[in-house]
Design a protein around this ligand. Structure first.
Ligand SMILES: Cc1cc2nc3c(=O)[nH]c(=O)nc-3n(C[C@H](O)[C@H](O)[C@H](O)COP(=O)(O)O)c2cc1C
Length: 203
């Protein structure tokens, strides 16, 4: 379907395949490099997806140099180490528990929101966790949309990563995402998805 101006209103089936049907989680990567422009293009797209109060609590550390990789590797679960070693880039996706400092700029219509959240650390943490997880999903789709493969990983020492990379800051690591060009020779058969009947009610 298109608008009067001829702009597509729905994703064409090829784009749907690229983002969802054909896209697979990557566990092994080729040597092909990922450029800074490609990494910037991921954020360029995902920044527009929604968060509560437009708060945008996600923060990203792109780990690419051998030195930075060497700091990360011991903090990753053993089963994930080879994946991190092979990936040209591993993004540490974190939440900023002081995201509210930006509210006067990103949500200027919400008078007093920053001041109200100043002393509400538990509310801030739960908002940051939920909305940064949403943004992590947007991030994975943006990686795929940039022609790259993503390999998200929860298996790592969060406290250790926070100490090593974010000490003295308000960033708290949430998930790692390997980014690169997937090695087509390493892939498992795809596991089934739940059916619409299993997950949805129409009321
Ligand atoms: C938040 C999150 C954490 C994950 N953690 C790990 C992990 O630590 N190690 C791993 O090998 N795979 C991990 N995965 C990969 C999932 O198992 C994989 O994305 C899922 O089975 C779908 O696979 P498919 O995209 O190939 O269909 C994780 C995925 C997500 C979204």
């Amino acid at each position: 379907m298109t608008t009067d101006a001829g702009i597509a209103r729905t994703l064409d089936p090829h784009a749907q395949d690229l983002l969802f049907r054909q896209a697979r989680t990557a566990y092994s990567f080729t040597d092909r490099a990922v450029s800074d422009d490609e990494l910037s293009s991921i954020y360029d797209v995902m920044q527009w997806a929604p968060t509560a109060m437009n708060a945008q609590p996600l923060r990203i550390a792109f780990v690419r140099s051998p030195q930075a990789k060497a700091r990360l590797l011991p903090l990753v679960a053993e089963g994930n180490r080879q994946k991190v070693s092979e990936a040209p880039v591993t993004a540490i996706l974190a939440m900023d528990i002081d995201f509210h400092e930006h509210l006067p700029v990103v949500s200027p219509q919400m008078q007093g929101a920053r001041e109200n959240l100043d002393s509400a650390i538990e509310a801030r943490e739960s908002m940051a966790a939920f909305n940064s997880a949403l943004q992590a999903g947007y991030f994975i789709l943006a990686v795929r949309g940039a022609g790259l493969s993503a390999g998200p990983m929860g298996g790592f020492d969060k406290a250790g990563v926070d100490e090593e990379f974010f000490a003295g800051t308000s960033w708290r690591s949430q998930v790692l995402v390997n980014i690169g060009h997937a090695n087509p020779e390493v892939q498992f058969p795809r596991n089934p998805r739940l059916t619409l009947d299993q997950v949805a009610q129409f009321l």
